[in-house]
Design a protein around this ligand. Sequence first.
Ligand code: FAD
Ligand code: E0Q
Length: 466
Amino acid sequence: MAKHITLIGGGLVGALLAQQLAGRGFQVDVFEKRPDPRVAGFVGGRSINLALAERGLQALREAGLAEDVLQRAVMMRGRMVHTRDGRSGLQRYGVDDSEVIWSVSRGALNMLLLDAAEAAGVRFHFGQSLVAADFDAGRIRLADDAGTQREIDAPVVIGADGAGSALRAAMNAHTPLGERIEALGHAYKELEIPPAGILPVELVGSSGGHDQFALEPHALHIWPRGGYMCIALPNTEGSFTVTLFLPAQGPHPSFATLPDAQAARAFFQHDFPDLLPLIPDFQNDYDGHPVGTLSTLYLQRWHLGGRALLVGDAAHAIVPFHGQGMNCGFEDTVVLASLLSEAPEHTADVFAEFQRIRQPNSDAIAAMALENYIEMRDSVADPYYLAKRELGALLATQAPQHFMARYRMVTFTHLPYAYAYERGRAQDVLLDQLLRGSADMGAIDLAAAVGTLKATLPPLPDLRHG
Ligand code: FAD
Ligand code: E0Q
């Protein structure tokens, strides 16, 4: 008989994991708190999007879903930085159009993954939330929308129920997991730029500038302002989803000092004057959409023997500033499905091995995502930072086997996150040595710098298979 697995959460990671396990012969039941988005419409009905990069794409390729997803995605070639003086410029993410990332709709992606999982034989149970678990008895307790509870057998249960995981809480109550949640202190709110046709002609030009888009469609837009920022990612229908990142509490500007659209409008007029006119529903968006909190989750234990395991955000939620949370969760599914199919009867060993492989990597991307917030908020300000980036780019051209920007390792390769983090640190130390604290690139002897690089750092791994 096929090995049975119970999954909690049919979000991005749960749905993809379910599809992969079913494809490997497991019998999979998924319990999802929300109603079926394919029937009910995606919760909120708003378009919210995410950046899909190489790691997530590779997992989708292995699941046979990459082409379908890319068909519904918008290519982003780089970061379009909008400065206070109203100027903008594109910083390319990669060397050419083979190194781009993709803006995908969270709702559309989730529905595509649900369809694929169902086609692979997964059984979904919507409107069913996990409320408790008895791991010794191998049973879980579920509640439906009406609040009616029932218990079912679930000897092997995997939690893909997100950052606020109910399975994690149940596991923690049984055996402390060594949980530490570090609040960022900054929060976010989503706003919308509609397709250009909806905006006044004088704002976007008669052709809309970019056909139906109010801004360059093939970019991730950033308005960095020091302690805070806005970003915008394109949607296929010509709209953009804007996210404002701001301190939650404290002196102006913070969400505490901007409690409603009236206060926020004046702030946008002052700080984002070019962005505000592109958001015609500012008042409804600001007053109607919730403030989201941001934290990093660290656990000592991801599993209870072979009975329960956490994956995706439930195990390692991170801040969103590298655009890697989903990508990391998708990588999880590839590793776990492969380990489980090799030893389906040995879940305790598999879960331990999964944590051993993945945790150093999730720790590394957690740290890099935190660092990237500072970098994004200030990205244009610091001449020394810009000099370092320029020298890094020169070294990467002169000695591609010895230098690769950390962003590229994270976003466009499958090198383990922990490797990218370590290598990035070593490269950074070298750049500091070469520049000796001066932003004056003219003082650098490039040939000598390449010599030092090759003498100091081993070559990068061969990327053709990595
Ligand atoms: P979730 O997507 O949270 O799914 C969890 C599922 O479990 C949900 O369907 C939920 O309804 C269900 N559930 C919850 N509780 C229960 C329960 N008790 N019983 C049953 N079901 C339950 N990542 C990127 O890769 N790129 C980006 O550009 C990016 N941008 C982001 C921007 C923001 C503002 C934020 C907050 C995150 C961003 N992320 C991004 C991260 C990404 O959203 C997450 O990493 C990803 O959604 C994690 O997937 P998951 O399936 O683990 O959790
Ligand atoms: C990406 C792509 C939410 C979010 C998602 C992202 C990125 C950023 C800033 C943010 C990082 C970058 N980035 O541009 O360096 O590459 O996904 Cl805020």
